[in-house]
Design a protein around this ligand. Structure first.
Ligand SMILES: C[S@@+](CC[C@H](N)C(=O)[O-])C[C@H]1O[C@@H](n2cnc3c(N)ncnc32)[C@H](O)[C@@H]1O
Length: 417
């Protein structure tokens, strides 16, 4: 079989990340404080993170969605503040997103190849990998996946088509991405009835007038059809309700079709290039378990915020030792009144997210209540509930600014009646 080779091709010796639990997050308090989360959000380089997961997760992940940098040689910026609405630039600023810059194709393939090899090891026998790329690198990735999975494990080459403005004048507008789908074995999950679509009205009309129109086969018009391998979904730029301000965010509808087709409730879905967390959010909504990983703090925070807004099942936030984010003592003031922790109005400016652990043990933050900045120009809530206690205790508040800065303050409280 032909193979793709380049001078530096190889697998580096494993250097697993040393992962530490930073916090356990219980959206809306469900499960607090004792339920051990089955879902994980991890900050760190994904190769080191995947190596660290191998002892526990080898052969146990049922679906991996991978949406790496595309080899565009661009630097992506994030919109912070009210970045979801491009029509109101007075409400947002630009900040660092993530880099997609490489010294050349070899450097890019040196990044991609070992990661695809470990993803293959992590997949379960019924598991599937969806690798999302575009014209920049998909031809090379196809050869790598043929080598790793075997060419007969290619299930589909999905073309996601969309439209939007483009400055291009000397070629056709490049408006599709390619998603390469490979199964680990012949016994892969594919829930055909979960993804059926209504037939086009013209097809329904044709069969109503002549049942023999389909080469003698009459389709089950009620059941719907299996979608083709080209999909149209609008890009997130057009979906204001989903926009987070994180660059290259993918639409939930795209991930929903992938998860419905290739996983079942309770299955484990992983995304090691999670960005704004679309795959994790859809997994939580569809009752799949998830592992989501990225090496930028903004991506991890954006994903956490979305999961909290959704009311996801509990999840852990883990960080690669030495790669964590800094937590500063907060200059903000807070008071405890009527079973609430209440922030001083001055603390609300630029506040993106805040959370409270009412029984702070000084080690792992267990987030029992959270507030996120609302989408419309409403202020973020200035209060979070505290739990009843048998004795006075300390509550820890964590505040995340629009800039991504994290602050912490501890208040003592006694809300027994
Ligand atoms: C195309 S974006 C993913 C977008 C995501 N699918 C979404 O819907 O928002 C690629 C992401 O990969 C992350 N990334 C790049 N290299 C990485 C690495 N070595 N480890 C972990 N994450 C990485 C970037 O920070 C970026 O967030």
């Amino acid at each position: 079989m032909p193979r793709l080779t380049w001078a530096s091709k190889g697998l580096p010796p494993p250097r697993p990340a040393s992962l530490e639990i930073d916090s356990l997050i219980y959206p809306r308090g469900v499960g607090y404080p004792d339920l051990l989360p089955q879902n994980h959000l991890i900050l760190g380089d994904n190769l080191m993170v995947m190596w660290a997961l191998l002892p526990e997760y080898e052969g146990r992940i049922d679906l991996i969605y991978a949406d790496p940098p595309f080899f565009t040689n661009r630097e992506y910026t994030a919109r912070i503040g009210r970045g979801e609405d491009s029509r109101k630039p007075q409400f947002w600023q630009l900040d660092r997103g993530y880099p997609d810059r490489w010294t050349g194709l070899e450097a890019y393939l040196d990044m991609l190849y070992p990661r695809l090899v470990v993803m293959h090891r992590l997949l379960s026998q019924k598991g599937t990998l969806y690798l999302h790329l575009d014209w920049h690198a998909n031809a090379y990735a196809r050869l790598l996946l043929d080598e790793i999975f075997g060419p007969d494990r290619l299930l589909n080459e999905i073309v996601w088509v969309y439209h939007g403005p483009s400055p291009i004048r000397k070629a056709f507008n490049r408006k599709h991405d390619t998603i390469l789908v490979y199964a680990k074995s012949r016994e892969y999950t594919f829930n055909v009835d979960a993804i059926r679509q209504p037939y086009d009205p013209s097809t329904v009309k044709t069969f109503a007038s002549s049942p023999k129109a389909g080469f003698g086969k009459v389709p089950d018009l009620e059941r719907g059809k299996v979608p083709e391998d080209w999909w149209y979904f609008p890009v997130v730029a057009r979906l204001h309700s989903e926009r987070t301000g994180y660059p290259t965010q993918k639409p939930e509808a795209l991930l929903e079709r992938i998860l419905l087709a290739s996983s079942n409730p309770g299955d484990l879905v992983a995304d090691f290039f999670c960005g704004a967390g679309t795959a994790a959010v859809v997994a939580a909504r569809l009752r799949r378990r998830f592992v989501a990983n990225d090496d930028t703090w903004r991506a991890i925070h954006t994903t956490r915020r979305r999961l909290v807004q959704l009311g996801s099942p509990p999840f852990s936030l883990q960080v690669e030792r030495g790669r964590g984010y800094s937590v500063h003592p907060s200059p903000a003031r807070a008071e405890v009144a009527e079973r609430y922790a209440i922030l001083d109005p001055g603390a609300l400016t630029d506040l993106d997210y805040w959370e409270v652990d009412p029984h702070w043990n000084g080690r792992i933050f267990r987030s029992w209540a959270q507030a996120t900045r609302p989408r419309h120009p409403k202020p973020i809530s200035d209060r979070l509930p505290l739990q009843d206690l048998a004795s006075p205790s300390a509550a820890c508040l964590r505040l995340v600014r629009a800039s991504g800065e994290v602050e912490q303050l501890v208040v003592s409280h006694d809300v027994t009646t």
